[in-house]
Structures are given as structure tokens and as C-alpha cells.
Design a protein around this ligand. Structure first.
Ligand SMILES: *[C@@H]1O[C@H](CO)[C@@H](O)[C@H](O)[C@H]1NC(C)=O
Ligand SMILES: *[C@@H]1O[C@H](CO)[C@@H](O)[C@H](O)[C@H]1NC(C)=O
Ligand SMILES: *[C@@H]1O[C@H](CO)[C@@H](O)[C@H](O)[C@H]1NC(C)=O
Ligand SMILES: *[C@@H]1O[C@H](CO)[C@@H](O)[C@H](O)[C@H]1NC(C)=O
Ligand SMILES: *[C@@H]1O[C@H](CO)[C@@H](O)[C@H](O)[C@H]1NC(C)=O
Ligand SMILES: *[C@@H]1O[C@H](CO)[C@@H](O)[C@H](O)[C@H]1NC(C)=O
Ligand SMILES: *[C@@H]1O[C@H](CO)[C@@H](O)[C@H](O)[C@H]1NC(C)=O
Ligand SMILES: [Zn+2]
Length: 445
């Protein structure tokens, strides 16, 4: 039921109106939003002759030249930031591979995604808002775990063997579900990231995956058209981060400099967590700093030295940890790279890596949004992916989450079409009303 409370009433009217004019297959009366992530898709992969559908879709959508990733520019971190509207220190996923509190390795575990039990992904919050809202989540990192003992109504666990077209068919069936139609869908595709890691971004193998993502966008658009839902579904195509290239001569072999018996470490690409043995913290820190100073291939941070703009430092998972970040095009040698080297030679060793400073241009992500909620043919100003949550929340008409988020509507409000954004400020109202309306808008997130 629509409860007529302030701005909510306007939103209810919009929803009812939208459902009335569409007159198609039985779908939810709420706005429908489908968020599709192609892992590691870098903005410059989009070229009219390679990715004609992406290039076209970007032009007709509301799209910035790129979206800023959250630090560290890793998959789990960024997908969880987009799902929660929080930076890494608040949601606690600090990397794909990281330490648990007893300094054992964590990699895609329940504990990794439950630093703070009050952190709830938007697909759960959508269902908590009720009123006929149902979520569908297709392989989005972090979705296999319950949050506050709840799962989304429709869920497909990660399984890379499931053909991509089957995944989309399933998503469409969630949206058309007669009893519990999804108003919110989050879908994840593991390429072109996976292939770029093994073969580097400019390899033919990676280009094939970029083309595959483009064909998948066409397939999604065809399905939406086939169901006559073009005026009902808001489709967002995005990625989590970009990709850089590393050759063998830019691999950092830490063991050669600091005795690996004096610390435990977890490294993945350019990021490393170092936990020194008892009473060894200062010595390990000093030796690592010396290597960093002379080699200039990486930086060394104690927890309190991490830059504020990374929004990572305020997290107890970094207590007694020395954090290392490689410079662009460098990475820390580990067993994954050993595995890759086994199939090639040092001369030919050329791989993809990400996780670098989110200010690096190579780490940028894509974003394009089309549908009734969005402006058309709109060249937007770039924004942070932490703002995706308030954007989706606004469209879906959700209440403020219990744990305060970091993202704001400010950077993404520009994308919304006037009809879709009832709290959008008409310029004639002047600055005072604008401020007042902003307060109302914020209180709704
Ligand atoms: C993954 O999907 C494939 C193809 O649909 C299927 O054969 C396989 O059983 C699935 N694996 C799991 C673990 O569900
Ligand atoms: C420690 O370093 C030595 C010498 O480089 C190496 O042979 C050994 O495999 C390393 N051990 C671990 C646990 O990384
Ligand atoms: C630090 O460097 C000093 C001097 O090279 C060396 O004696 C010591 O073993 C190193 N400590 C560690 C933990 O590697
Ligand atoms: C490394 O360089 C920094 C900045 O120049 C300096 O403060 C620090 O003392 C150096 N550390 C070592 C171990 O040489
Ligand atoms: C750091 O995190 C704690 C606990 O999550 C929170 O109470 C505090 O306000 C945070 N501090 C800053 C400076 O963000
Ligand atoms: C290298 O590849 C061979 C053949 O595929 C395999 O038997 C061997 O275990 C691999 N070694 C490493 C270190 O991965
Ligand atoms: C968007 O641009 C395309 C081609 O550039 C044009 O055909 C179309 O009419 C435009 N749509 C709107 C709503 O401006
Ligand atoms: Zn990724």
C-alpha cells in the first residue's frame, strides 16, 4: 500500500501512474531497476567498431565519461560498496583476500562480509521496505550470504558455467514472476576481468570477452523490447574498476628484501596486508620502508598513515597491520603469478592487475543508465560508486537504512529525469527552497 506521507505520496502517484500507462506483462507497480556489472570493464574498452551496442547505449543514456571506484579498487570491495552505499572501512570488506581477526586468510566467507551486522545490502533493504517489493540477485559478490538472517526472494549463486543468456532469461522471469515480481535486480558477469588478469587487457582473448559483454547488452535490450518493458525498466550498465598491465620485470619479490619468517602476509596484485610477528612490527616496518624508499615501486602505510580520501583506515581489521600498495604497473609476486608464469616465459609474461589508488585513470569504471527514471542522451559529470545506493534508493522509494551510509544523492541526482525525481528542485524555487528540499531528500535515503 502507498502511505501518503510527504514526498512518499508523490512517489506513490508516480508508481501508480507508471503502472497504468505501461499496460504490459504482469510486473510490479514499483519502478523496476536492473543493475548489471561487467567485472573490470574499463571505460576506454568502449569503441564504436568493437562494442557498437555499448557505444550506442552510452550515447542515449544518462552516462558520465566514467564512474570513480572505491579504494582498494578490487571486486568484492566495490561490489559491496555499490550494494551498501558505504566505503570499505564502514562495510569492512577491505579486499578479495584479507586477514580475519585471528590473522588467518579470508576469501569470500560469511565473516568477511559481516564486519558489522548492521550493514545491510540494498537488495535486503528493498524487501524490508515491503509494499510488494522483491529483489533478485544474480551472482553479485556478497549475495550468497544472509544479512540479518534474510536472503533476497530471487537468487542465483555464483556459477561461472551458467551461460550468460540463461542468466538474463532468469532475470526476466524474476521481473515477470506473477506472485513476487522483482522491482530490483543486481546481476554480475565475471568478464572481461577474468581473462584480462591472465592475458592482459590488450590481448585478443580479452577483446573477445569485451565483445561478449557487448553482445550481452544487446541480448538484454532485445529481451526488454520483446516484453515491451522499454518504458518500465531502468537499466544500468556498470563495472567495478578498471585494469592495468604488469610485466615480469615489474614484479616485486618481497621475500628478497624482508625475511618472510618475521611476518604473515596476504597479497593480491598490488595490495598487501603484512602482519609482523610479536615485537617485530617496528623492524619489519623500517625494512619495508627502506625498500620502498629505494625501489620506489610501492608505498608502505601504518593504519593511521592511510590517506583519508581512501576511506579505509577506520577499521579494526587493520589493527597491527602494515599495508602495502604497489605503484601503477607493479604488483607483488605471489602463487597466482607463479601459476601464470608456468604457462609462459618471463619475457612473455604480461598480465592484468587492479587494486591501485582509485585516483589512477586506469582504475576507472563505466556507468550508463537508461529508462523512465533517467534523462536521455545525457552526458553526466563523473561521480563515486558509493552514490549508487542513494540513486537506486531514490528510484525504488526506499526508507533510510538503519546504519548511516556514506553515499549521497548530490552527485547522482543529475542523472534523474524530472518525473522520476519528485524531490528534484525546480530552479525557480530559489536557494532557500532548494536547501529545504535537499534536507527532505536526504532524510529519505
Ligand atoms: C553450474 O551450472 C551448470 C550449468 O547449468 C550446472 O551443470 C552445474 O551443476 C552448476 N553447478 C552448481 C554447483 O550448481
Ligand atoms: C620465504 O622466502 C624463501 C626465500 O625467498 C622462499 O623460498 C620461501 O618459499 C618463502 N616462504 C613463504 C612461506 O613464502
Ligand atoms: C631488517 O634489516 C636488517 C638489516 O639489513 C636485517 O639485519 C634484519 O634481519 C631485517 N629484518 C627483517 C625482519 O627482515
Ligand atoms: C623513507 O622515506 C621517508 C620520506 O622521505 C622518510 O621519512 C623515512 O625515514 C624513510 N625510511 C627509511 C627506513 O629510510
Ligand atoms: C570510526 O568507526 C567507528 C566505529 O564504526 C565510528 O564510531 C567512528 O565514528 C568512526 N570514526 C570516523 C572518524 O569516521
Ligand atoms: C606447472 O605446470 C605443470 C604442467 O601443467 C604442472 O605439472 C606443475 O605442477 C605446474 N607447476 C606449478 C608450480 O604450478
Ligand atoms: C538522442 O540522440 C539520438 C541520436 O543522436 C536522437 O535520434 C534522439 O532523438 C535523441 N533523443 C532524445 C530524447 O533527445
Ligand atoms: Zn572486479
Amino acid at each position: 500500500m502507498c502511505r501518503p506521507v510527504g514526498a512518499v505520496a508523490v512517489k506513490c502517484l508516480v508508481a501508480v501512474f507508471a503502472a497504468a500507462v505501461v499496460g504490459v506483462a504482469a510486473v510490479t507497480r514499483h519502478p523496476v531497476t536492473v543493475v548489471v556489472s561487467f567485472d573490470g570493464f574499463r571505460p576506454d574498452y568502449i569503441k564504436p567498431n568493437v562494442t557498437p551496442h555499448m557505444a550506442w547505449f552510452q550515447k542515449v543514456s544518462a552516462a558520465p565519461p566514467y564512474m570513480r571506484s572505491t579504494f582498494p579498487t578490487k571486486t568484492f570491495v566495490n561490489h559491496f560498496t555499490m550494494a551498501t552505499g558505504m566505503y570499505s572501512d564502514k562495510h569492512g570488506v577491505l579486499d578479495n583476500y584479507m586477514f580475519d581477526k585471528h590473522y588467518d586468510k579470508m576469501h569470500y566467507t560469511y565473516e568477511q562480509f559481516h564486519y558489522d551486522d548492521a550493514v545491510v545490502p540494498i537488495w535486503i533493504h528493498n524487501e524490508i521496505n515491503g509494499d510488494g517489493r522483491y529483489s533478485g540477485v544474480m551472482m553479485w559478490p556478497g549475495s550468497e550470504f544472509a544479512y540479518q538472517n534474510k536472503y533476497p526472494t530471487h537468487i542465483q549463486k555464483y556459477n561461472s558455467s551458467i551461460p550468460w543468456t540463461d542468466r538474463i532469461d532468469k532475470i526476466m522471469s524474476w521481473i515477470k514472476d506473477e506472485k513476487k515480481p522483482a522491482n530490483l535486480v543486481y546481476a554480475y558477469f565475471e568478464e572481461p576481468d577474468h581473462t584480462a588478469h591472465l592475458k592482459a587487457s590488450d590481448s585478443q582473448e580479452t577483446i573477445n570477452q569485451i565483445v561478449r559483454a557487448d553482445a550481452t547488452l544487446k541480448y538484454i535490450l532485445d529481451q526488454i523490447k520483446h516484453e515491451k518493458l522499454e518504458n518500465k525498466i531502468n537499466l544500468i550498465i556498470l563495472s567495478d574498476h578498471g585494469m592495468d598491465t604488469v610485466t615480469y620485470n615489474r614484479m616485486i619479490h618481497l621475500n628478497e628484501y624482508v625475511s618472510n619468517t618475521t611476518y604473515k602476509s596476504i597479497m593480491s596484485g598490488p595490495n598487501a596486508f603484512i602482519h609482523p610477528n610479536p615485537n617485530k612490527f617496528d623492524e619489519v616496518y623500517k625494512n619495508l620502508s627502506k625498500v620502498a624508499n629505494t625501489s620506489r615501486t610501492f608505498n608502505v602505510f601504518k593504519q593511521d598513515q592511510l590517506p583519508d580520501r581512501w576511506h579505509m583506515k577506520n577499521n579494526t581489521r587493520l589493527t597491527d597491520i602494515i599495508y602495502l600498495l604497489a605503484k601503477p604497473q607493479y604488483a607483488f609476486w605471489d602463487t597466482y603469478f607463479e601459476f601464470i608464469l608456468n604457462g609462459t616465459t618471463k619475457e612473455k609474461f604480461k598480465i592484468g592487475a587492479h587494486g591501485y589508488d582509485n585516483a589512477e585513470p586506469q582504475m576507472r569504471a563505466i556507468f550508463m543508465a537508461s529508462g523512465p527514471a533517467f534523462k536521455k542522451n545525457y552526458s553526466a559529470v563523473q561521480f563515486d560508486n558509493v552514490d549508487l545506493y542513494p540513486l537506486i534508493s531514490r528510484i525504488a522509494g526506499l526508507t533510510e537504512p538503519s546504519r548511516q551510509i556514506d553515499g549521497t544523492i548530490k552527485g547522482v541526482e543529475q542523472l534523474l529525469s524530472v518525473g522520476a525525481a519528485p524531490t528534484f528542485t525546480p530552479p525557480v524555487l530559489g536557494i532557500f527552497s532548494a536547501l529545504l528540499l535537499q534536507v527532505i531528500a536526504r532524510s529519505r535515503l
